[in-house]
Ligand binder design. Structure first.
Ligand code: MRU
Length: 359
């Protein structure tokens, strides 16, 4: 299985996604600034993966702090947490992971642990987040695979696979689980302009798994749906509002509209850490806008005339009404999503006698 994030003897290694699929190259981050660079420049990408990278980044940051008095240590850690939060604004997993790490810092400093023991506590939480993420993805995969019939064609967008997470993947985890159950499936992979996460990364993962797949240009999705050749669409998510509105890679909204028009079920697969219960709807989600060069250049060569400008919002918001279901590690939420999501959380909460996520 692909593991894009490795922690070895206090150094963070990230499988460099700018180089895939042609080069398997590891980006080495020995300081937290390197991790921020990696997140901003898409060395590591995908909502859960950037959260995990930031968690290890917080360990590196704490290790580099010179001040020893507890108050200053905590203040500095919180400042660094803010730097991480600014690296990419849309994926809520980044905030989730950074807050988890800040809490650990706060508790261990508050408990009077030595800086060395605080560092150990932070390192152990980052490692447990990584392990948890893989477990959670497998659970998402197993719930989602139940929805897939033998012989289905599934369309996916961007890369919500092992590369976008600690391992296994969310939307691609669903496909992986169905494949492991012996179901014969065919995957249509949106190439995902402009950064080509679908063509470069999802196709690479599916090749490793030996799953039949075809890359299509993003604008071909409607053609295949209208011909009755798509049984299901499944994508990942960067942030899901309380009402189920979902931010994901640009083009997801168009896919959902096409799916509705063609009576194709449209699913989102994401861990509950992607659900942001602090915002009532997708209107509150900040959409990241990246450099126009990502659109204007292909392999560093300009495609159009000099002087032409581009707009590059890299996420869009799919309204909950277009979503058939949200597949999480706790089960599948359906409409009305506000209730569906709350029910998943409270069932989990009851089962774990109060240790689950709070709403
Ligand atoms: O810009 P990216 O490549 O980080 O965008 C990634 C996506 O939109 C994914 O679909 C999402 O983060 C879910 S990854 C499990």
């Amino acid at each position: 299985m692909i593991h894009p994030i490795k922690w070895e003897k206090g150094t963070l290694f990230l499988l460099d996604q700018r180089r895939l699929p042609h080069k398997l190259q590891w980006f080495r981050a020995s300081g937290y600034k390197g991790v921020i660079y990696a997140i901003k420049n898409l060395v590591v990408r995908g909502a859960p993966a950037i959260g995990l990278a930031a968690a290890f980044g917080m360990v590196l940051a704490f290790r580099s702090l010179r001040k020893r008095d507890p108050k200053t240590l905590l203040l500095k850690l919180k400042k660094i947490a803010e730097e991480f939060l600014r690296a990419r604004p849309t994926a809520v997993n980044l905030r989730w992971a950074v807050l988890e790490m800040t809490k650990v810092g706060e508790t261990s400093i508050g408990d009077g642990l030595t800086p060395e023991d605080c560092l150990k506590a932070l390192e152990s939480r980052a490692l447990s987040l990584l392990e948890e993420d893989i477990r959670v993805n497998k659970a998402i995969g197993d719930f989602g695979a139940e929805l897939i019939r033998d012989g289905s064609t599934i369309l996916t967008h961007c890369n919500a696979g092992a590369l976008a997470t600690g391992g296994y993947g969310t939307a691609l985890g669903v496909i992986r689980s169905a494949h492991l159950q012996g179901k014969r499936i065919r995957v249509l992979v949106d190439e995902t302009r402009p950064w080509l996460q679908g063509h470069r990364l999802t196709a690479w993962e599916l090749t490793q798994e030996g799953i039949e797949h075809y890359v299509i240009v993003d604008s071909a999705a409607g053609y295949f749906m209208a011909k009755g050749e798509v049984d299901m669409v499944v994508t990942g998510a960067d942030r899901i509002a309380k009402n189920g509105d979902t931010a994901n890679k640009i083009g997801t909204y168009s896919l959902a509209v096409l799916a509705r028009e063609n009576h194709v079920p449209f699913y989102i697969a994401a861990p509950t850490s992607t659900i942001d219960l602090t915002i009532p709807s997708g209107r509150e989600i900040q959409v990241e806008v990246r450099s126009e060069e990502e659109v204007l250049l292909l392999e560093k060569k300009r495609i159009g005339p000099k002087g032409t400008k581009a707009l590059n919002p890299v996420f869009d918001i799919t309204p909950a009404r277009l979503i058939t279901g949200i597949i999480t590690e706790l089960g599948i939420a359906t409409a009305p999503f506000e209730r569906g999501i709350a029910e998943l959380f409270s069932a989990h909460h009851r089962k774990n006698l109060g240790t689950g996520p709070k709403i």
